[in-house]
Design a binder for this molecule. Structure first.
Ligand code: FMN
Length: 200
């Protein structure tokens, strides 16, 4: 069974909503999601690394704070240096999602940071695989998938309101789609690896 770990931090609940949507997308592809929430001030990530070792793909989720990943997500990233030296995550799939208050909010820098992080771990990056959803200057619809037009990872905007009402349906569907895509890709990748071992 394909397993996808969703490693995320959420200060005020918006990223957590998206993480749950990613998990539902993973399930929709017939795989098992494991949600791992980073707490403020957390320094021990042993359980995270144990789950990651058993997972086929890791999806990283963080709010964009001051134009980049949040401090708790960065604490996790820095702690993963121990895993980096063993190349334990080599050839696992990786993807990311982020949310911020502004439509841009410099979210691309957050996703780029996580893509470089995954590359340092020799992981294989999976983007949204979606066309931009809102390329029409008469449209400001919030119910359109990939409305913020991101390829590197799923982007969401949370207006200045509670996580019960924002991010909106389109951004949540984008997160769902990313989870589904990562899980399907991980299953294909596993099947291909089995075939190449059998052929060797
Ligand atoms: C410390 C801090 C820094 C922030 N920096 C940005 C930013 O750079 N760009 C932006 O658009 N929104 C920024 N925001 C807004 C958050 O990204 C937004 O509220 C997001 O939904 C928070 O997600 P969370 O509820 O998962 O913590 C910031 C919020 C905080 C608390």
């Amino acid at each position: 069974m394909t397993q996808v770990a969703i490693i995320h931090h959420s200060g005020f609940g918006h990223t957590a909503v998206l993480a749950a949507d990613v998990a539902r997308g993973v399930e929709a592809a017939g795989a098992t999601p494991v949600l791992l929430a980073i707490e403020l001030g957390q320094t021990n990530f042993d359980e995270f690394f144990a789950v990651a070792a058993e997972s086929d793909a890791l999806v990283f989720g963080t709010p964009t704070y001051m134009g980049t990943v949040s401090a708790p997500m960065k604490a996790f990233m820095d702690a993963s240096a121990a895993v980096y030296f063993t190349k334990q995550w080599k050839d696992k799939l990786a993807a990311a999602f982020t949310v911020s208050g502004s439509p841009s909010g410099d979210k691309l820098n957050t996703l780029t940071t996580l893509a470089i992080f995954a590359a340092q771990h020799a992981m294989l990056w999976i983007g949204t695989g979606q066309n931009p959803g809102n390329n029409d200057d008469t449209s400001a619809a919030t119910d359109v998938e990939n409305r913020l037009g991101s390829f590197l990872g799923a982007m969401a905007q949370a207006a200045n309101d509670s996580a019960e009402v924002t991010p909106k349906a389109g951004d949540r569907a984008t997160a769902h789609s990313l989870g589904r895509r990562v899980a399907a890709a991980a299953a294909r990748w596993q099947a291909g690896a089995r075939e190449s071992v059998a052929a060797a």
